[in-house]
Design a binder for this molecule. Structure first.
Ligand code: IPE
Ligand code: IPE
Ligand code: MG
Length: 246
């Protein structure tokens, strides 16, 4: 007999959402170039898309949202493009303080922040304080982030503890190592989305992506609307994650 109220497979199942979604926000520059605009216009559009996507994920109940905003290799770009990206970030931080209060967001920054301006570091300090009070969706913004650098940093911190006699090398388990990554206390991403047409990882979350489901799309990041994100989530929900089993 046909089951009544059977769930439509083309609809998003809110009871089976990925816990953690990560996005490599790529394609801003090409989005602008296609329109004859400066690359900075693409970054502005990309940052607005990020803010909308975060609201959408928060609304449907995603617990962790991690984005690649600026890599350790993005310093190779012209100074004015880099400055423009950090200006947008400053603006985002100012404005997100209200959102953090109203939406209970925990905002974290993953990466080597030592190269950021004092102004940006001060703003990050303010959001850190607010984050301590909150327990809603975690938004992790990867800034001056590189996956290899993150792994080296964890390895150095373990080596230092060994040198000081606090630990011996046989204490190094996966859990011990993970506790020294930026992502300590965060489940690994269930789903990685890379818009912009490139099918590579570009040094993002190298440790954490071991069993992550991946979606690569030609859509440029500023064009990856909530509707398109929903379709990607539905695609994810039809996958069979085996983790090496059968
Ligand atoms: C991603 O968009 C944003 C950053 C790397 C900061 P891009 O700027 O890389 O856009 P494309 O790849 O040149 O289109
Ligand atoms: C990855 O995009 C970094 C971010 C989105 C922040 P890139 O545009 O820097 O990566 P490549 O150069 O295509 O590998
Ligand atoms: Mg790019």
């Amino acid at each position: 007999m046909k089951k009544l109220f059977k769930r439509d497979k083309s609809e998003l199942d809110l009871n089976n959402l990925p816990q953690h979604v990560a996005i490599i926000m790529d394609g801003n520059g090409r989005w602008a170039q296609k329109r004859g605009l400066m690359r900075s216009a693409g970054h502005l559009q990309g940052s607005n898309r990020f803010r909308s996507a975060a609201k959408y994920f928060q609304r449907i109940g995603i617990k962790y949202f991690t984005v690649y905003a600026f890599s350790t290799d993005n310093w190779k770009r012209p100074k004015e493009e880099v400055d423009g990206i950090f200006e947008l970030l400053e603006k985002y931080l100012y404005e997100s303080i209200d959102d953090m209060k109203s939406d209970n967001i925990v905002l974290n920054f993953w990466g080597d922040l030592s190269r950021l301006s004092p102004k940006l570091l001060k703003l990050i300090g303010e959001t850190d304080e607010l984050s301590l009070k909150n327990d809603g969706m975690h938004v992790n913004v990867c800034l001056n982030y590189g996956g290899r650098a993150e792994i080296l940093r964890a390895a150095k911190s373990f080596a230092a503890d060994c040198r000081e006699g606090k630990l011996t090398p046989d204490a190094l388990t996966e859990e011990e190592f993970e506790s020294r990554l930026y992502s300590a206390n965060t489940p690994p991403p269930d789903l990685l989305i890379r818009p912009g047409g490139e099918t590579r990882i570009s040094n993002f979350l190298l440790w954490q992506l071991a069993y992550t489901e991946m979606v690569f799309t030609d859509v440029l990041w500023p064009d990856l609307t909530d509707d398109k994100l929903e379709k990607i989530l539905i695609d994810y929900q039809h996958r069979n994650r085996r983790y090496g089993g059968i």
